[in-house]
Design a protein around this ligand. Structure first.
Ligand code: HEC
Ligand code: HEC
Length: 250
């Protein structure tokens, strides 16, 4: 018997399944540059740019426990969707790219990785929304209370040294607005969603923003231009499509 293979300290399944989980982890980390995924990505973001620590950060859009919620009801799509569908939809919006075909290698590998991160946890299919049990909690305050001008001051002080005055980031930090960032159909394009995520995620390793600061920053970041989401631009050619999991345009 050889030694049991592990990833991030967790045991991997033996054989091709374990290899597929490992491939999925790599694709989540190198989405924008990996040969298997870069054709489906339209910006400089990797999944781990938002799903911090490759989805293993406990709070920032974590992948831990996510697979237990699927199949789930997706209000946006007006359908029950699978985990694979959910992953592919993130390519169209957060990654501003094209939906990889269902059942393709990247799609299956990422689904295998995310499912592996829920191993041993009880299934609790979500009948209300397509989110796992540890999803980012919404803030109490609403977008109406956000002040983008105060967000600009905070951004210069707390964010610009990594993401740049111009929001374009650098080799270590991803762009937060402009052509290389998430499009306006992404979850983070909504101020309350971005604020809730910022509160638990940024700055990395010292996320200490107050609710008000998070809202102000979210309003400032999302006041800049980013790609427009038009569904037609993000679907693959019909013969590669399979059935798209929506019965109406979002
Ligand atoms: C621009 C940021 C961003 C990027 C990049 C991104 N996502 Fe997401 N994703 C989110 C947010 C925000 C949510 C909602 C999570 C929440 O509310 O806790 C989400 C939700 C999800 C969910 C559902 C989680 C759940 O709790 O059910 C999956 C699965 C997912 N993303 C996969 C991916 C994959 C795979 C990639 C890369 C191909 C990716 N995402 C890229 C921001 C992003
Ligand atoms: C120390 C550097 C650093 C600081 C400071 C920082 N970030 Fe980030 N930020 C990152 C990195 C790195 C990522 C991607 C995470 C990863 O790849 O592990 C990221 C991801 C993001 C994302 C999601 C991906 C994207 O590009 O859209 C947003 C939005 C964001 N940061 C906003 C902010 C805001 C607002 C602040 C100020 C409170 C901030 N960050 C402070 C380094 C930083």
């Amino acid at each position: 018997m050889g030694e049991e293979a592990t990833l991030a300290g967790r045991p991997l399944p033996p054989g091709p399944l374990g290899e597929t989980v490992k491939l999925g982890a790599m694709l989540v980390e190198q989405t924008a540059t990996h040969l298997l995924t870069k054709a489906y990505v339209g910006n400089r973001l990797n999944c781990t740019s938002c799903h911090l620590d490759n989805g293993m950060h406990g709070a920032a859009a974590t992948f831990l426990g996510v697979a237990t919620a699927y199949p789930a009801w997706a209000p946006r799509e007006g359908r029950v969707i699978t985990l694979e569908d959910r992953i592919l939809n993130c390519f169209m919006r957060s990654e501003n790219g094209v939906r990889p075909p269902l059942g393709s290698r990247p799609s299956v590998a990422i689904a295998a990785y995310i499912t592996w991160l829920s191993e041993g946890q009880p299934l609790r299919m979500n009948a209300e929304r397509s989110l796992g049990p540890n999803a980012v909690a919404p803030l109490k305050a609403g977008a109406a209370q956000a002040d983008a001008r105060s967000g600009a001051v905070l951004y210069a002080d707390r964010c610009a040294y990594c993401h740049g005055e111009d929001g374009q980031g650098d080799d270590d930090s991803p762009p937060v607005w402009g052509a290389e960032s998430y499009n306006d159909g992404a979850g983070l394009a909504r101020v309350p969603k971005l604020a809730a995520w910022l509160k638990v995620a940024m700055p990395p390793d010292e996320a200490d923003l107050t609710e008000q600061e998070s809202l102000d920053l979210a309003a400032f970041v999302n006041s800049h231009q980013r790609p427009r989401f038009r569904l037609e631009d993000h679907l693959p050619k019909p013969d590669r499509m399979g059935e798209y999991n929506s019965r109406r345009d979002p």
